[in-house]
Design a protein around this ligand. Structure first.
Ligand SMILES: [Fe+2]
Ligand SMILES: [Fe+2]
Length: 143
């Protein structure tokens, strides 16, 4: 697939995400069920998040020339070793959040609450994996 096609598709996706977000924001006020409202809130925030990441991809495509995204370097005076250590701590925190949510899930028989907690748990698992990937790809200790 050509770069122009990718850029076009990403731009279209941003429009869809933004339109969805605006739509759901309007509708959310009229939703009378609390579980439904919270689930819709999740989709609204995810759309916001997706649009933000897609914008980031667009600007990376714009600046990176022929480089692959993992190979792009941002100018920074920050000590990479300190950043890596902080990220490793976050890996632990995400794991702790996941375990905490799993405990909370056992404390309720309410299906709506369980579903919402389960979604958060899935996010925590994903966050945990994201941090591990970042450390592995961008902060691995070079021999
Ligand atoms: Fe999305
Ligand atoms: Fe998290």
């Amino acid at each position: 697939m050509s770069q122009e096609n990718l850029v076009r598709l990403i731009k279209e996706q941003i429009k869809i995400e933004n339109a969805f977000k605006t739509d759901v924001t309007k509708q959310i006020k009229n939703i009378h069920n609390q579980a439904a409202k919270l689930l819709l809130l999740e989709t609204q925030k995810d759309s916001e998040k997706h649009a933000m990441i897609l914008e980031g991809i667009l600007s990376a495509i714009d600046q990176k020339g022929a480089k692959l995204l993992w190979h792009t370097i941002l100018d920074s005076y920050v000590d990479k070793e300190i950043v890596r250590r902080n990220l490793e701590e976050h890996v632990e925190t995400e794991m702790a959040m996941l375990k905490h949510i799993e405990k909370a899930m056992k404390e309720t028989k309410d299906e709506g609450i369980r579903l919402l907690l389960e979604h958060i748990g899935r996010d925590e698992k994903k966050h945990h994996e994201i941090l591990q990937t970042v450390i592995k790809q961008a902060y691995k200790i070079k021999p």
